[in-house]
Design a protein around this ligand. Sequence first.
Ligand code: BGC
Length: 742
Amino acid sequence: MTEKQLKELLADLTFEEKLGELQQITNTYFGENGIVTGSDARHILNEDEVNLAGSVINVVGPAKIREIQEKHIKNHPHHIPMMFMFDIIHGFATIFPIPLAQSCSFEPDLVEAIARETAREASVSGLHVTFSPMVDICRDARWGRVMESYGEDPYLTSKMGVAAVKGYQGDDLSKEGTLAACVKHFAAYGLVEGGREYGVVDTSERFLRQYYLPAYKAGCDAGSALIMSAFTANAGVPADADKHLMSDILRDEWGYEGAHITDYGSTRTMKSHGVPETDAQVAKLALEAQVDIEMCLYCYHNGLPELLEKGEITMEQIDRAVMRVLQLKNKLGLFENPYRYTDAQKSDELKNNPEALALAQDAVSRSSVLLKNEDKLLPLNANDNKKIAFIGPYVEEPDMFGGWSIRHQYKIDLKNIHTAINERYPNGNFTFNEGCMLLGEDEPMFKFNPRRAKSVANYVEHDAAARKEKIAKAVEDARNADVVVMCIGEHTLMGGELTSRTHIEIPLIQKELFDAVEEVNDNIVVVLFNHRPLDISDISEKAKAVIVAWFPGIMAADGITDMLFGEKAPTGRLTMCFPHTVGQCPIYYANFPTSHSPVTEDFFVTGYIDCPLTPLYTFGEGMTYTEFEYGEIKLSKETLSEGETLTASVDITNVGDRDGVETVQLYIRDPYAAVSRPLKELKGFKKVAVKKGETVNVEFTLTTEDLKFYNVELDYICEPGEIQVFIGKDSAVKEHADFQVI
Ligand code: BGC
């Protein structure tokens, strides 16, 4: 449709139809074959109103989507199609590593390829919108949702968010194989105090603009068709009511014209925050903040008629919101083709096709992080007849998908690590032993959250004698082995929404297993499954090698086998710091100097009396199966002014005994500025393949844009003065070369 036709359509809609466009409903309104089942206790819309709803969440399956759409178009007075939205967070039929793992690849191209494949699979199954990517900056491992993010750094998160938007949407949203993206959760949801889900956020406008907003802006600038607000209230202002953020900044400053959707019932959470009391008050605040679609709640439905009648809002305000919804439908090509690319047969064919599975398998080593590898214990050799004992619940458990996974779409048989290794190396001198269940009854999560206990019931060991016996058996295997590989970590339901933790260690039962095994064998490799940085201080001290595999998805078993035996090397780097202890959270590398730890010195005077200030493993950290040496940093000039470009370069030599891939990182420090600046900030990264013995030159460019920050007056400026440029293998790099901004 042309813009003119859209305007004509809008002008022709009744008020009820307009309200309908702003209403997102849940799948629960529909029974078998897409029939509207009418109101029940939880639903307040009647059948006529459901027939006007602009979008629906959580309907899955091409046949059902087609049925619902067909009936909807027929019943809608203007035959306006519905939009089908779903949380597709790390793959649809092919489940890829969790987003936090994907970010560790430091490869935006990988993130884009994963999003493209996801869009291909989901769009033929009838879906139009995914609520992804989440670009909240996450610096507190206690928050369960860090797994959905791209980590702690604004620069990296922006790059990854843009890659995901491009991958989902392609260059034309009406084309086959595309999905509309939705950057979320606007804004700064990751800042919840103490990692407490839905908790308090309080940040200054300067820090909000400097560190938390850039990734959303990058996603919006990349064309994300939607943006979703957060459940939180920054400094007491609920996001959906935050006119300054949603309207002044998002719409007026950034010029964002996409559709703004609330989070699931977040209009109600405005009331929970204790700001407005009635639906009408909520509706007024949200509409004034230019929120367009209300997800699964009815404040617009209940409140807007009354507000309009009293003259408290205008029809122009409503029309503006409805127009954005119509524009989104138009971008998706729904007016021309309401079923878009829904195709049951194609959807079935695309389920876990070999190409997608190969990408998923490759993604495992590209996103896993090798934190330690003493005595070059890894990679293992399947042919030297050394005895290897594989121990731990993830040796036998095939579900290594992690939180926010879609589990009903895949077609292949899931493999566990035991099977994958046996298939690949049938003659290996191996033993396999679960050692214990994933969780024990003593796990703190059960003490306060009985709901969790129910949902993970099948994974909990209730029998104390069995617990002892299984561990004793594993210890026997370990005693007789030359090397032990322990596959341990969080349960898949310990990450995602509503999974905040105060103990960020592996489950107690598995720690008991680790401690017992470690008593009898010194050569331990740990493969860790985790949604978040965990406190692994004890494990990493005692194990000789540690691979952080995160939750690697559908090809976890094969991907891990690749790495363990060196067919592929892990090349990921941490994108969130691993603390020494949970007491350090929140923790991040781009920290600030303090009154007693000046920016000019490389040590910290202030800190804890019982723990260093720095993390156990820092941002950017990670190894691979070869080593690299860095040469001297060279700058193309000593000064830089507006409009100019400066080149920073370094030689990297592969000094190890195999070809490898290095993630070269560039950080800057602005030691003296109008406001205190972080000790380091990432401003560039490149993942380069370097052959054994080879040297390559890696080059980055910087302009004054890279150096800008918000000063006291909130002007975004680059000041004259010294800038230090660090290039190295992680954020702890010490070597720098300096230039002057003039
Ligand atoms: C989450 C969102 C999600 C939405 C829809 C909410 O509870 O915060 O991230 O997109 O539900 O499922």
